[in-house]
Design a protein around this ligand. Structure first.
Ligand SMILES: [Zn+2]
Length: 325
């Protein structure tokens, strides 16, 4: 594989792929270290994961109803009217668009649904062609969409073209992160991206040649929006397992924050990080885990998130909040 890595502001990351080569067969993954000097590694403390939720390729699991908005505590969908007239809407712990059929009923109010709609933006940016390629069917049925964008280079000029899913060179990209900053007392603002994970879902040199593509770019990873997505999953999973209001969320301000396109923010890595160890094979589409971490006389609830686990992907470790007694 011949690649070139790029970033803008350290917020957006993507990789330009010139050729795939025999060393990167379809269905296999690789890690690429970004071009800045290697970051000092931080050992991830043990999250003592004791609960697991596995998200298989199909099948549904439902928790008992939360009966309170897990973000703001409201008990009806809109403020006018009673909970019986306006019941809260259900939350998917992992977004429906990623095939996550674990449901927390009666868990989100109208206002908070709007606040968490950023998840659609990041899922379309990073995973739109991926979920079509993996045949992840959702209730909205996005199988009608058949053409997906990819940025390619033509005579040193970059253009975005839309290709039919049968031709679309689809690569799954995920950031690989080191331990959350606050958990290991790391310097505020210190870098957290260790490398990029890439999984080749369907690209071969013969397809690139047939389509006359000199090179292709992976989707852009917006690190800030991606961390918001992780924060939301961790918050929803901890709320489902422990009950809303049983912990003080560390992510309220992060989930509500909106950045302009060219703005960067580093706070997202304070309580969100990952493990650079290979976490072993899995048959699940996604994996979740819950555990407790003790630090400075506080007990935190920690969540392990492994998206696309069956492709040997990295795991994220998120401090969801401090346990209230
Ligand atoms: Zn709410």
């Amino acid at each position: 594989m011949n690649t070139q890595k790029g970033h803008d502001n350290h917020r957006y990351w993507r990789v330009k792929i010139r050729e795939v080569g025999p060393n990167w067969p379809i269905g296999t993954s690789t890690w690429l270290v970004p071009p800045y000097p290697p970051i000092p590694l931080r050992r991830l403390p043990d999250f003592n994961i004791h609960k697991q939720a596995l998200v298989p390729n199909s099948g549904r699991f439902s928790y008992k109803p939360a009966k309170a908005c897990i973000y703001c505590g409201a008990n009806s969908y809109i403020s006018a009217g009673t909970p019986a007239e306006n019941p809260l809407h259900r939350e998917h712990i992992i977004p429906d668009a990623l095939g996550g059929d674990i449901i927390l009923p009666q868990a989100s109010c109208h206002e908070c649904e709007g606040r968490t709609s950023f998840e659609n933006t990041i899922i379309v940016q990073m995973f739109d062609a991926v979920r079509r390629n993996l045949a992840i069917r959702t209730k909205k049925g996005n199988f009608r969409k058949a053409h997906f964008p990819v940025t390619v280079s033509h005579d040193a000029r970059e253009v975005c073209v839309r290709l039919h899913i049968g031709d679309h060179p689809t690569i799954l990209v995920l950031p690989i992160l080191i331990a959350p900053r606050n958990l290991v007392n790391a310097e505020p603002g210190s870098p957290c991206l260790h490398s990029l994970y890439l999984c080749n879902l369907n690209v071969s040199d013969s397809t690139l040649e047939r389509l006359r593509l000199q090179n292709i770019n992976t989707p852009n990873v917006d690190m800030f929006l991606f961390c918001q997505l992780l924060a939301k999953i961790a918050h929803a999973y901890a709320s489902a397992e422990l009950g809303p209001g049983s912990f003080a969320s560390l992510h309220k301000s992060l989930i509500e924050k909106r950045l302009a396109k060219n703005e960067a923010s580093n706070e997202c890595f304070d309580f969100i990080g990952g493990n650079i160890q290979n976490e072993g094979p899995s048959r699940q589409l996604h994996e979740l885990g819950l555990g407790y971490i003790r630090k400075d006389s506080t007990t935190y609830v920690g969540v392990r998130i492994r998206l696309f686990a069956k492709f040997n992907s990295p795991s994220y470790y998120v401090l969801a909040g401090a346990i209230l007694r």
